[in-house]
Each structure stands twice: as C-alpha cells, then as structure tokens.
Design a protein around this ligand. Structure first.
Ligand code: SF4
Length: 205
C-alpha cells in the first residue's frame, strides 16, 4: 500500500492524545506526493474538521492566494499540519499534543522529500524543530530567516489565521511568498549554495 495512504489510515484511527476526543475527522496531509514544497499549518479548524481537508475556509483561501503569487498552485505543493485533530475552539495545541503527533509529520517529510518546508505559525515551527532537533524560537522572529538543515530549506512564515487577525502582517506574508518564488527559481536554475547564502542570508545548521 502507498506509504501516505497507510499513514493516513493510521492518523484516522489515532488516539495517542486527548485531541481525538474533540475531533469529527482527523485530517491527513494532501497534495503532490513528490512536492518540492511542503506547507505545515497548525491544526484543523472547524471547516477542516468537517471536511477532512487541510487549509479550507478563510485561512485556506488566503494561503491559496499567496501560493498563486509564488507561482505554486495547491496541486504542486504538499499541505499538512502539526496536529491532525481539532483542538477545542479557541485554543492552540499543547506541546505534549504536538510531540505525540509529530511522528506523522516526520514520516510525511521522509516520504515526500521536500526541498523547501514552510512551517506556518508557532505550532508548525515547534513540530519541525522536534524533527530536526533544534529550537527555531518564536515565529515573530524566525519568519525573517531561511535555515538550511539536513539538505532542506526551512522558511518559517506567519499562519494565515494570524494575518487575518492582524492585517498589518499581510505585506510581510506577501513579500515572503514573492521571496519564495525567487528562491525556488534560483534553486531550479542551479544557483550555488554560496550564491543563495549571499543573496538570501541563509543560516546553515
Ligand atoms: S492530534 Fe495527532 S496524536 Fe493526537 S489523536 Fe490526533 S492524530 Fe493522534
């Protein structure tokens, strides 16, 4: 059986943390199974919990708009979350819940093999940090950097829901997705690590 299908079956039946008590549907990752770019969100919201699809609703629409700006339609990326079951309304996932769910994300990264990972928001950043055994700090600072770790580029970004709550952040998100477009073009055109490091100020770990 396809690795991601069997992983999704495991997620759908998972009861490793109490979030399974508040879910209607556990939400699996979706998209191009060989995508160069992986987007990691926080957790399913109401629409995702109903539909079983990540990033639908207002946040999803904003993400789609930014992906188009970056010349990256949804069909060409892989989209997933730090935790797969919806927390009760208004709360973010606890670190214990993120830890328990992170092996699913780790398996997705191993299977899809992205070159560029975009963790959106603090929960996603923590989950990627657990996998890579490093502390990226808070998204409010980390969004300014591109990290090169284990052959992958990590480009943290505010979660679209945070942008919707605070529209002043919108220009940051737009600029970052424009940078993603240029960064991907440079990678595709075979630019050297020295060139990328100098142009984008990449932090190599
Ligand atoms: S959030 Fe993750 S670890 Fe917790 S029950 Fe759902 S799938 Fe399992």
């Amino acid at each position: 059986m396809d690795g991601l299908i069997s992983l999704c079956n495991e997620i759908k039946g998972c009861k490793k943390c109490d979030l399974h008590l508040s879910r209607k549907t556990a939400v699996c990752g979706i998209g191009d199974r060989t995508a160069e770019v992986m987007i990691v969100g926080e957790a399913p919201g109401s629409n995702e919990d109903q539909t079983g699809v990540p990033f639908v609703g207002r946040s999803g629409k904003l993400l789609d708009k930014m992906l188009i700006e970056a010349n990256l339609p949804r069909s060409r990326v892989y989209i997933t979350n730090a935790v797969r079951c919806r927390p009760k309304i208004g709360r973010t996932p606890k670190i214990t819940e993120i830890r328990k769910c992170t092996p699913f994300l780790s398996k997705e990264i191993e299977t899809v093999g992205p070159v560029l990972i975009i963790p959106m928001g603090n929960s996603a950043l923590k989950s990627i940090g657990i996998i890579l055994k490093m502390n990226f700090g808070r998204i409010s600072e980390a969004w300014k950097s591109i990290y090169h770790v284990n052959g992958m580029f990590i480009l943290p970004q505010f979660h679209p829901a945070a942008i919707l709550r605070n529209p002043k952040l919108f220009h940051i998100m737009k600029d970052r997705f424009e940078l993603i477009r240029s960064f991907r073009d440079d990678i595709k055109n075979g630019k050297s690590m020295d060139y990328l490091g100098e142009k984008y100020g990449i932090i190599k770990i």
